[in-house]
Design a binder for this molecule. Structure first.
Ligand code: GDP
Ligand code: IMO
Ligand code: MG
Length: 432
């Protein structure tokens, strides 16, 4: 990694449809930072880190937690499922990862995910049938919807029991009208939720603080901050493939809002992109491979959801989509992951444009109607057909792999500063 850049506060963002390998890269970069902060999303994220063959999957807690003496923060832009958080803490502690109030903080103004959010996610997906989004069913969309509609309940509300009870009762009664009248489903008991969440309140209390003030002090003390994006830019609520998106601002712009920090404090925007493309759930994917090769990428790349276990859809690298992601983030450099997964290929393709309605697009179309019709235009490159997984030095990169990396840099107009060639923490090649 570029050690000379390590003094810069950095925002790490996925440049595709999620699962680019962000967790692994955050874990590596954490060495050079003091504070690692999640700014959006919730337990829909599944960030995998492999250390000496031991696998950790982080959903809510920043992937920096595996390193000692680093502060991990859940910012106010995250939607917090306390049950999931406590399970995650317990699972990590079982693996001897230390989680204390001096290395982990949770924003007191983060919105809480409740059982009614998950139920609504579930019911609305089932209702949509073939048109479903394919959500993780973690209640993410309904929770952000309540936040915007000013019906949300935040972490700090838990610590005012009478106020929390009254608010919860009102919200659950409203939700029950939807469940019973609209979906013909069972009502939920606000009493049970109240008791359950009061129990969680006690357990999460040591970690809860005013993270806005905390981060402000950190900036003033010149602490180095790493912002850990979840999902991918093509799932962004505004700039992704709407409505097949998640419900948060995934891009670097979202980091300032989701932490309560001045945008000028984000000095570097680092993209993470996989050497091919994957997507979980529904939505456009012009370079998708519904064939043997797609199956090979899925099996070799272990492309099964870290959160839901669902098989991921696989396809060639889509440079049109990544260029769009680079633009909306202002990313100057990137990490290219999972190069090893392409090792066997004789020919490698990069999608450099879409054909639609007798026109060629090299800019990502914003029109929903265009997506199903978009046909990929490919640039073909020779494969390297060599094992790259043991490669650690840039001088060992096979020439055709170098050709692929150079072509991506040229097409995308971005510098690739690191390669990842396997799931383990050590399987990287620095290019700077
Ligand atoms: P994230 O959501 O972006 O953190 O990515 P996920 O953890 O959901 O998915 C990435 C998957 O690829 C995980 O199983 C990682 O262990 C694995 N992985 C990460 N980098 C590499 C790599 O360079 N090569 C291979 N073969 N696997 C990788
Ligand atoms: P990480 O952080 C890949 C997808 C879901 C679905 C859509 C909406 O591990 O990269 P949601 O539950 O968020 O309402 O689902 O977004 N999705 C992800 N896909 N990686 C993720 O996170 C994702 N988080 C959500 O599959 O298509
Ligand atoms: Mg993931």
């Amino acid at each position: 990694m570029d050690r000379s850049n390590s003094g810069l506060n950095t925002c790490l963002v996925g440049l595709q449809w999620g699962d680019e390998g962000k967790g692994k890269i955050v874990d590596i970069l954490t060495e050079s930072f003091d504070i690692i902060v999640r700014y959006q999303g919730g337990s829909n994220a599944g960030h995998t880190v492999v250390v000496n063959n031991e696998k950790f999957v982080l959903h809510l807690i920043p992937s920096g937690i595996l390193r000692k003496n680093k502060m991990c923060v859940i910012g106010s832009g995250v939607v917090l499922d306390p049950r999931q958080l406590l399970e995650e803490i317990a699972g990590l502690r079982e693996k001897n990862v230390e989680i204390r109030s001096d290395n982990f903080r949770v924003s007191e103004i983060a919105h809480l995910v409740f059982p009614y959010h998950k139920k609504l996610d579930e019911l609305s997906e089932s209702e949509k049938g073939d048109e479903k989004i394919g959500t993780t069913r973690k209640g993410i969309g309904p929770c952000y919807a309540d936040k915007m509609a000013r019906n949300g309940i935040r972490v700090s509300d838990l610590f005012h029991p009478e106020h929390f009870k009254q608010r919860l009762k009102k919200v659950v009664e409203e939700k029950n009208k939807i469940f019973v009248r609209l979906f013909d489903a069972d009502a939920l008991s606000w009493n049970e939720i109240y008791d359950e969440y009061c129990g969680y309140a006690e357990q999460i209390k040591p970690f809860v603080c005013n993270t806005v003030a905390f981060m402000d002090s950190a900036v003033k003390a010149r602490k180095k901050i790493l912002f850990e994006g979840a999902q991918g830019s093509m799932l962004d609520v505004d700039f992704g493939t709407y409505p097949f998106i998640t419900s948060s601002s995934v891009t670097a712009g979202g980091a300032a809002v989701g932490v309560g920090i001045c945008p000028k404090q984000i000095h570097k925007i680092l993209g993470v992109m996989k050497s091919y493309t994957t997507r979980v759930g529904s939505g456009p994917f012009p370079s998708e491979l519904n064939d043997e090769l797609g199956n090979h990428l899925r099996e070799k790349g272990g492309e099964y959801g870290a959160t839901t276990g669902r098989p991921r859809r696989c396809g060639w690298f889509d440079a049109v989509a990544v260029k769009h992601a680079i633009m909306i983030n202002g990313a100057e450099s990137a990490v290219l992951t999972k190069l090893d997964v392409l090792d066997e290929q004789k020919t490698i393709k990069i999608c450099v444009g879409y054909k639609f309605d007798n026109k060629v697009y090299d800019v990502f179309p914003t029109d929903l109607a265009a997506w199903p019709e978009c046909q990929p235009i490919y640039k073909e490159m020779p494969g390297w057909q060599k094992d790259t997984s043991k490669m650690r030095d840039r001088n060992d990169i096979p020439s055709h792999a170098k050709g692929y990396i150079d072509a991506l840099e040229k097409i995308l107009g971005i510098r690739i500063e690191m390669l990842s060639v396997g799931p383990d923490r050590g399987q990287v090649v620095s290019l700077v």
